[in-house]
Design a protein around this ligand. Sequence first.
Ligand code: NDP
Length: 484
Amino acid sequence: MVQRIYAISSKADMQIITTNYIDGDFRKSSGTSEAPLYNPATEQQIGTVRLSTFDDVDAAVSAAKASYPSFSATSIEERVDMLGRLAEAVAARSEPLATAMREEYGAPSGFVSFSAERAGTVFLDMARAVIDYPWRQTIGSAEVEMRPLGVAAAITPWNSNIGFICAKLATAVAAGSPIVIKPSEMSAIQTQLLLEALHQAGLPRGVLNVVNGDGQTCGSALTAHPDVAKISFTGSTATGRAILRAAADTMKRVTLELGGKGAQIILDDADLDRAAEQALTSGFMNSGQACIAGTRVLIPSRLKFAFEQKLAGALSSYPVGPASDPAARIGPMVSQKQWERVQSYIALGIEEGARVIAGGLGRPDELDRGWFVRPTVFSDVDNGMRVAREEIFGPVLCILSYEDDDDAVRIANDTSYGLQNYVLSGDVERARKVARQLDSGRVVINGAPHEPMAPFGGFRQSGMGREYGAFGLTSFLEPRAILT
Ligand code: NDP
């Protein structure tokens, strides 16, 4: 039986989170203000989290810095062993983690199952990358060795809190860099439970440090801190820009995983029933609160009407509801602010002249509370409209029509983003030909599953650098060449 440290005593209780995780211990935050935590399906407050100060960030960075000399000198075998222990510790807590994710975030059960399982396996994937990695090579007369680059920091958003923390921690451990993480304060209950699990893995003191706090105070303190060498950030493009500017002063290495406005190109030989199902799966994943959501659906103009009907039919298998309902495939938005943002984009689409073929403003009829929105599909969308250009981060799809494959590629690439696009076709070779012309970090053909060892990240304003596998590991390392 694993010992609870600061645990949820009962579902009805308010969660009062006052600690950070620094130097291998849960330590009281020195902050005096608190942020409320909500269940987005009920709008009820379920807890509070103490917001930390610069002093807490500084203590976390000091602990990480102190652990750097010994941790950076650990062998590959030792790091692989630590990654294995982290995977086991997280897997052992997957059920409470899933419960917290349902309660505090409201994610539908499909996303919860994927996330809870993946949170543990990400450590094993990184262990594979460590084993296969070319740590040393000879280039001409030089011996080139890949070295850890110092203390790393990570700043993460609320839409997959556990997953982002685990992925960034896994990479830091693999590289031999201690890490300080500032998660979104809106996910503090999930963070707390995850920390209890990670604590059980027995990492050396100072290797993992987590500070709860807001971006303006704690995030900014990390990006400016002279003892932080690397920032790995996932979040909005606007915040990514601010981080990049702040990091320049101390020349930090920066990886940015930002927003997206992915296209789903349905080629004219695709099975339309399957395409409609796939368009909803990719567009409404994680209730549409996903940077990789394929929110622009591109259909040949002659098939538009038939496709609209298929899509409207397929929507009936996308019930909206709380995470406690296993049939629900779309949950609430994370916060009232996010609910209002999605509503404002639905209103904007109508104002811009897009035709609503499903959904619209307000809550679904059967739900009178909770930050639920009506899954909305716009048709007759022009790629110049703001609903086609800006990331909405909710269950809102735009259908755009095109004339031929070249036109589809042109529309798909006509965006400031470039994270993940999708192609659907009855002919995989034809789909590959289209995929090779798309400007995005990933292109998914016919709903192919996630490949955890392949690089993940964006072109253009979707970010900078890559995560996962060998590419992700390289971004936490520096080459040192010794010439003789
Ligand atoms: P934000 O960019 O607002 O916040 C992300 C994190 O950055 C939070 O922890 C936040 O703290 C922190 N932060 C805010 N301001 C600063 C600052 N000035 N300096 C340092 N840190 C700061 O994004 P959201 O949390 O609203 O998440 C949604 C966005 O994230 C979407 O736009 C989405 O596209 C993007 N995203 C990208 C992903 C990707 O992999 N490409 C994946 C998931 C989301 P605080 O909580 O206090 O604001």
